[in-house]
Structure formats: C-alpha cells, structure tokens
Design a protein around this ligand. Structure first.
Ligand SMILES: *Cc1c(COP(=O)(O)O)cnc(C)c1O
Length: 400
C-alpha cells in the first residue's frame, strides 16, 4: 500500500497492520514466540530468527509508528525510559555533554544524572523557551545531544523545535524531542528538523492505561560515522530491552484510534482550561491553547493542536493544591497520563519527587490534569468538587 499518500488516520490503521497473509485474519496475529524455525542452518523465513532481534508483532507496530512520525526507522522498547536509555547508549560516549530542557519528565532527569552520570555524561539544564540560553549552554566539541520536551512537563512551556535543531546542528550535535505529550497527530518533530523522536507509548499511543512501552524513531541522519538507524538497532538487539509481542499488540491497537482520541482530549482540555481560567482559587492556568499563554503562537505554528494536559497553580499554595488533588472523583489521583480516563497528579511529590530540593523542583502549588475523553460536563462538575476543597483548605490556612 502506498502509505505516504494517505491521511493520518488511514496510516494509523493500515501502516504495518496488513491482514495476515496466511489466514486472511484482518488483525495480524500476536506472534507469541521466542524463536523461529530455520529451513536450513541460517536459512531464515522472512528474516526472523529470535524475537530479541525481530518479531512480526513488534515490527508491525514499529512500522505503524514510524510512518506516523514521518521517520526513517523506529524501534520499540519495554518502556519509555528503556527507549531513552537505549538511545543515550547508542549515540553517546563517556565525556559527552547534553543540553537538557529543564522542565521535563522527572525520570529522564534521573536516568541521565544518576545512571549515565556514572559513565561521565554531563548535562546543563536550560529554560526550554529561551533560545539564547539554549545556544549559550552548548559546549563546543563536547555537546553531543540537545534534548527537549514540548509542551513540557508539567509547566507546559513551548520550545521552538526548528530553532533548537539549528543550534544542535551548528554544534555538530543531535536534537532529540520527546513527543509523548503531543503525539505525531499534533506535531511531527522530525519534519521540524529534529533527528530523533522518543515516546513513552505508555501514554497517548497505548491510550488506555493498560500497557507500558517506549519507542525511538530516527531520521536518516548519520552521527559519528554510523546511521542512527544502525546505532539504535544494534542497541535494541544487543542491549535487549525490547517490547514483548503482547505489549506491541496493545500499543498498535491503541495507535489506530490516536487521532480520534486526541481530538477529544484537545477539545475537552480547551473547554476545561477556558472554564478554569480566571477562577479566584487559581493563580494560573497553564495550557498552550489559551491565547494568553506565552507559547500560544509558537504552539499554533508548529503543531495542529494543544494537547490534553492542563496544569493549575493555586492561590492557596500547597495546601489548596493538595486538597484539590485529593478531592476529585472522576479525576483519579495517579501518576501517568494520556489514557481515556482523566487523572490528577500532585507533580512536586509524585512524578517529580526525584528533583525535590534542586533547581528543577516543581512549584508546590501546582496540580497537573490529564484530561480524558469522558463527557466534558461531568469532568467540569468533578473539578468543581476539587475547587471547593481547595477553597476550604485556603480558608483553614488563613484561620490558622
Ligand atoms: C512517562 C514518560 C516517560 C517515561 O516513560 P515510561 O513508559 O514511564 O518509562 C518519558 N517522557 C515523558 C514525557 C513521559 O510522560
């Protein structure tokens, strides 16, 4: 099938997901096998030998996601962090330096500092919205990677991907974009100049909070004499943190409905952000879709929507934020995001506990919402419960 000519939702459903040629099963089977019979010594059927090297269910999902990201090659891993770790080990050598977006997933920071730090990898955190600061953080001859999430987590800042790419390439470095929040439905970083996209497929791609997974999608770029596809492919095979066939099946099934789900995540989040904006309990509503958001115009230019994550900062400080997070009913108190159900998270102590006490610590009056695809009126009524609890917590604090 000539997938390139098809629209996003058609590619999401068909790329890498052709019916099973053997039986005609419309849904390709889950190849739950570790090894493949050989027709003679090293005479392989369709190139399959052992599932760490290749597995048809995993390969189908990799093709599906790579097509949607307009990538050259893609690799699925057991989790988002396993994907990030494999990428770092594939391209870096001891002594290398990373320019790292300061506002980002706490686990990425822990991986780079606590695991890769031991191997001599250093990093400089930068304000992702300040392009001059990004350029100033580059250490010529030493910086090998620039790494950014946009929108960022949990402050929802917007980075100019094309500007970051230009800075990276001028320094002979690679730009990695974590596209977990936007997904390829809203934003395609490789088209904007990035060299690598990473995903936690646990989030919007799986979309139903029932599977962990990660992926690395690369352009056709070469780095230090090797194609990125070869470097990451070797890391996947030799390092072995591959995604299993059941997990790839679930991620592939989720990916087919990504476009429909994202449309609803975006419209629900926009409705909620607008409804919350200006409420007396809140100091700030952080959502790139609000025209008052400092990254609004940039987000509009480089992506086709603003996503499903909204963060709130409370006038009543930590007490109000905690009371809100513990009082909603539909919005379940939980880490993670991107599922069909709404979640609320107290980021400072839940997703970002690893950076408490550092310059990267999240404001203590902040709550992050992952807006699901439920009926938006029900979600708004639920948030009203949280706001009532936040008001009482604020009054108690004033009285004390
Ligand atoms: C969750 C997440 C990760 C880590 O992925 P896991 O699947 O939990 O290992 C990385 N980046 C972002 C933006 C995330 O939200």
């Amino acid at each position: 099938m000539s997938e390139r000519q098809h629209g996003f939702n058609t590619q999401a459903i068909h790329a890498g997901q052709a019916p099973d040629p053997l039986t005609g099963a419309v849904i390709p089977p889950i190849y739950q096998t570790s090894t493949f019979v050989q027709d003679g010594i090293n005479v392989l059927r369709n190139g399959h030998e052992y599932s760490r090297g290749s597995n048809p269910t995993r390969n189908g999902f990799e093709t599906q996601l790579t097509t949607l990201e307009a990538g050259h090659a893609g690799f699925a891993f057991a989790s988002g962090i396993a994907a990030e770790d494999a990428l770092l080990r594939a391209v870096l050598a001891p002594g290398d330096h990373i320019v790292l977006g300061a506002d980002g997933y706490g686990g990425t920071n822990r991986l780079i500092n606590r695991l890769h730090g031991k191997w001599g990898i250093t990093n400089t955190p930068v304000d992702i919205t300040d392009t001059a600061a990004v350029a100033a953080a580059v250490q010529p001859g030493k910086t090998a990677l620039l790494w950014v999430e946009t929108p960022s987590n949990p402050l929802l800042g917007i980075a100019d991907v094309a500007a970051w790419a230009a800075i990276a390439h001028a320094a002979g470095a690679l730009l990695v974009v974590d596209n977990t929040f936007s997904t390829p439905f809203l934003q395609r970083p490789l088209r904007l100049g990035a060299d690598v996209v990473v995903h936690s497929t646990t989030k919007y791609i799986g979309g139903h909070s029932d599977v962990l997974g990660g992926a690395v999608i690369v352009s056709d770029a070469t780095f230090r004499g090797e194609t990125l596809a070869a470097a990451v492919g070797l890391q996947q095979f030799a390092g072995g943190a591959v995604a299993g066939p059941q997990d790839c099946f679930l991620a592939a099934r989720g990916l087919k409905t990504l476009g429909l789900r994202m449309e609803r995540h975006c419209s629900n989040a926009a409705r909620i952000a607008t409804w919350l904006d200006g409420r007396a309990e809140l100091e700030k509503v952080l959502y790139p879709g609000l025209p008052t958001h400092p990254g609004h115009e940039l987000a509009k230019a480089q992506s086709s929507g603003f996503g499903g994550i909204v963060s709130l900062q409370f006038v009543g400080g930590e007490a109000a934020a905690r009371a809100f997070a513990e009082s909603t009913e539909l919005f379940a108190l939980s880490v993670s995001l991107g599922g069909v159900e709404s979640l609320v998270c107290y980021s400072a102590e839940m997703t970002h506990a690893s950076v408490i006490g550092t310059e990267l610590a999240v404001p203590r009056n902040l709550v992050r919402l992952s807006v699901g695809i439920e009926q938006v009126e029900d979600l708004i009524a639920d948030l009203e419960l949280g706001l009532t609890a936040a008001r009482s917590a604020t009054l108690e604090r004033v009285a004390a």
